[in-house]
Ligand binder design. Structure first.
Ligand SMILES: [Fe+2]
Ligand SMILES: [Fe+2]
Length: 282
């Protein structure tokens, strides 16, 4: 198994696990509790993962030569391995979405073009700052998902396994892009500015994609399902509500992604979801 040991006391080791998810006729199109809104919101995120994670890999790799700490170099390699596997599995998920008549391919292509344009105009430091910001988003959303197994249980089982595996690994490598940024760039003002900018774009893009996906499913007006989705995201348990304090920590001077100890949560999730035969380590 490729594994980088933890560099911070509150981080789990970064383990690269090769998975092979299958989404077929048994997977419902509305895979999240048969709720079109929850499904559209999570699917909007999912379609952007392959181009987004390739961008993260390129942004971090660019600075590998400037990283002297051998442990951090090792962590970067494990980070790249994990993100490459996420891309592979999410491409499979996106092709499943295509097969159900959802516009995953055009959305993916749109994100690819946009990301390439951003990469060109931002410069390496900006790209790494953007990666660190988006990695904070994925890590805190991942943690919220792991903290509420009652939510993942409402997903179709294979899709739940995809999300939980991805969430575990996002939490495992939450410090990597940030540490490379601190070592190779270290511009605090840029880090904060980029996070503020990225937040607006990230939310706007996901809302727009979710609306398009919802329309494509033809299940636009279902008041009971809408109330339920609102409750899951903003009420109880309130997945989005709960990430706000964690999101805001990023703006604190001296912030580090690993300052918050969630090892117990990750270990419980690993024991429950990654113990099966399909979780063979690479
Ligand atoms: Fe990922
Ligand atoms: Fe990541």
């Amino acid at each position: 198994m490729i594994e980088a040991s933890s560099r911070h006391p509150h981080d789990e080791p970064i383990a690269v696990r090769r998975m092979d998810f299958t989404f077929d006729e048994s997977t419902p199109t509305c895979w999240f509790d048969d709720n079109p809104y929850l499904t559209a919101i999570m699917t909007a995120l999912a379609v952007s993962f392959p181009p987004g994670e390739r961008y993260f890999i390129r942004s971090v790799r660019h600075f590998l030569d400037q990283v002297d700490d051998p442990a951090l170099r090792e962590a970067v390699r494990a980070f790249v391995g994990q993100e490459a596997n996420h891309t592979k599995e999410h491409l499979a998920f996106n092709r499943f979405l295509d097969s159900r008549g959802l516009p995953a391919t055009p959305m993916e292509e749109w994100v690819t073009r946009r990301v390439e344009r951003i990469q060109e105009v931002s410069g390496p430091a900006g790209n790494l700052a953007r990666t660190a910001a988006l990695e904070h988003f994925t890590a805190i959303l991942a943690e919220a998902l792991l903290a509420h197994p009652e939510i993942t249980e409402k997903m179709s089982p294979e899709v739940a396994r995809l999300w939980v595996w991805h969430a575990i690994e996002e939490v495992e490598h939450r410090s990597v892009a940030f540490d490379v940024y601190e070592e190779a760039v270290g511009d605090e003002a840029l880090r904060l500015r980029v996070m503020a900018f990225v937040t607006v774009i990230f939310i706007a893009m996901n809302v727009a994609r979710a609306a398009i996906l919802l329309r494509a499913t033809g299940r636009v007006f279902e008041p009971r399902a809408a109330l339920k989705a609102l409750n899951v995201l903003w009420g109880k348990p309130g997945l989005f509500r709960k990430v706000i304090p964690q999101y805001l920590r990023y703006y604190r001077r001296g912030f580090h992604p690993s300052e918050h100890d969630n090892r117990e949560l990750v270990r419980r999730a690993k024991a429950r979801w990654l113990g099966g035969p399909k979780a063979a380590a690479a």
